[in-house]
Ligand binder design. Structure first.
Ligand SMILES: C[S@@+](CC[C@H](N)C(=O)[O-])C[C@H]1O[C@@H](n2cnc3c(N)ncnc32)[C@H](O)[C@@H]1O
Length: 488
């Protein structure tokens, strides 16, 4: 069965332009002037001036060293354009919805996880709604208007019903202990050495987004969340439809949440651009789409490498290769359904010509809970023994999952320009101080000015054929020097 997406015929050309890869869509002027200029500006704003993005004859754009780097040097810190925590990971880690820094306290991180695991909360936003009810006020600054329905106040009935009496993940903790971890009554030894920012609630009043600061809350609201918020002050055109979209994404593939953020970013930016052009300047009319402004809003996305998700998604192990076409069709249908749900939720008739799937990367932030238990383990013997009287049962309750980091997916504008090599000279690596969701690229060996900076998308130590099979999931066959030499 073929899937058809109905579009207005006068938008067709524009859609082709918007979703094309830059090096296919653009004229030579764009390739050699417009794209490098855009990235030069981005590199300057990022403060990582030792890099250049240039056209790489072999495979599109590439990132090049503009200075000499030594082994271990920081090459790039890239701020994501949009990112999203995996739905299932929301049970394990409470993080800022904008910068993905861990928030609350060590006790809240642990208590919340044990509580939600026990509750058997499905991998969806339900966990956030359940969480807020039990985070102590001193670690959670609620906007006064958010408490309209009083729902953030601990509800003793639901606690009674849901509290932790057993954990399939480890040796269960009594429910009173879990409760006291969450409400701040139980303070774990030495946990003050691992301070985390207080939990700030969403400006729109939803109980699914939390922040590490007012600044992050406002930035997220302005850039993405105001259209995707399910709270009282949401700017979504249809909240019922939005809830359906979120449920579908959480139950099928949370990559749709990232796609929704990108779409929301574009619509909100378009509206801001349009508002800044007064009608009497003849640039815009009130309800007519201005394609030049829409293209401007879309620019950060259009510069990224794009590939159709259903064409490159890895074939699951349990799908036979002879069923590949049917599998890809199913995935395409899923994406189509998700887009229809999103359109119903945040439709803006002026921004109809949008669509894209971007080259996304893993989003990872190390857990302070892991650091905390490592710290306890490293204490001098007598202090460790004393501390472990309290921490050992907590660690046993968490089981093997105690160190789970924040995991998600994000679009990093500069990192996504880096080509792959099976003998890379740089790698994505989080240092001790990298505590948020930004991408950090570090030199693996010295890189000379003018040399291309490459990273490995896979385990580069695998044999040739396995590497090619893994890279096929990224939609290409590797042309790096190592592969050219090893090609049979
Ligand atoms: C994340 S993008 C990298 C930036 C991209 N070259 C661009 O123009 O935006 C990944 C794509 O670049 C190309 N690519 C990257 N590394 C490659 C390699 N070693 N061999 C062949 N193609 C490669 C492939 O088309 C791949 O799908």
């Amino acid at each position: 069965m073929e899937i058809w997406c109905i579009i207005r015929w006068d938008h067709a050309k524009c859609i082709v332009y918007l979703i094309a890869r830059p090096h296919r869509a653009c004229a030579l002027y764009h390739l050699f002037t417009f794209i490098p200029e855009y990235f030069d500006q981005l590199i300057t704003t990022r403060g990582c001036t030792g890099l250049k993005v240039k056209q790489n004859g072999a495979h599109g754009k590439g990132v090049y060293a503009d200075v000499d780097f030594r082994e271990g040097d920081l090459v790039l810190k890239d701020q994501m354009l949009a990112g999203s925590q995996h739905s299932a990971n929301k049970i394990d880690c409470l993080v800022c919805s904008f910068c993905f820094r861990f928030i609350g306290t060590i006790e809240v991180q642990i208590g919340r996880k044990l509580y939600l695991q026990d509750l058997g909360v499905a991998a969806n936003n339900e966990c956030d709604r359940q969480t807020l009810a039990h985070i102590p006020k001193k670690t959670c600054q609620i906007n006064s208007s958010d408490s309209e329905d009083g729902s953030y106040v601990k509800d003793p009935t639901s606690m009674e019903e849901c509290a932790s009496t057993s954990s399939k993940y480890g040796t269960p903790l009594p429910k009173e202990i879990v409760e006291s971890l969450m409400n701040g009554e139980l303070v774990l030894p030495y946990s003050k050495q691992f301070p985390l920012p207080s939990v700030i609630s969403c400006l729109g009043g939803c109980r699914e987004a939390f922040y590490c600061s007012q600044l992050c809350a406002e930035a997220d609201w302005d850039l993405f969340h105001s259209l995707l918020c399910t709270g009282a002050r949401s700017k979504s055109s249809d909240k019922e439809a939005l809830l359906k979209f979120l449920q579908h994404a959480n139950e099928t593939n949370d990559i749709f949440l990232l796609a929704a953020k990108v779409v929301s970013f574009t619509i909100l930016k378009y509206r801001k651009l349009k508002a800044s052009y007064p009608e009497d300047q003849g640039k815009c009319t009130a309800d007519k789409c201005d394609l030049s402004l829409l293209s401007e809003a879309w620019k950060p996305v259009s510069m990224g490498y794009k590939i159709r998700w259903w064409e490159c998604i890895a074939l699951p192990d349990d799908v036979d290769s002879c069923d590949e076409a049917a599998f890809r069709m199913q995935i395409k249908e899923l994406a189509f359904t998700s887009l229809q749900l999103l359109k119903a939720a945040i439709f803006d008739k002026e921004c109809e010509p949008y669509a894209a799937f971007l080259s996304n990367s893993d989003l990872v932030v190390a857990s302070p809970v892991e650091d905390y238990f490592l710290y306890i383990d490293d204490l001098p013997q007598s202090e460790k023994k004393e501390a472990e009287r309290v921490t050992r049962p907590v660690l046993d309750a968490l089981g093997d999952d105690y160190s789970i980091c924040c995991q998600g997916t994000a679009f990093f504008p500069l990192q996504s320009c880096m080509n792959h090599s099976c003998h890379p000279n740089a790698r994505a690596f989080k240092r001790e101080e990298d505590r948020d969701g930004q991408a950090t690229i570090v030199a693996l060996r010295s890189i000379s000015k003018g040399e291309e900076v490459t990273i490995s998308y896979i385990d580069e130590d695998l044999p040739f054929e396995e590497r090619q099979a893994m890279l096929a999931d990224y939609g290409f066959r590797c042309q790096c020097q190592k592969c050219l030499e090893e090609e049979p």
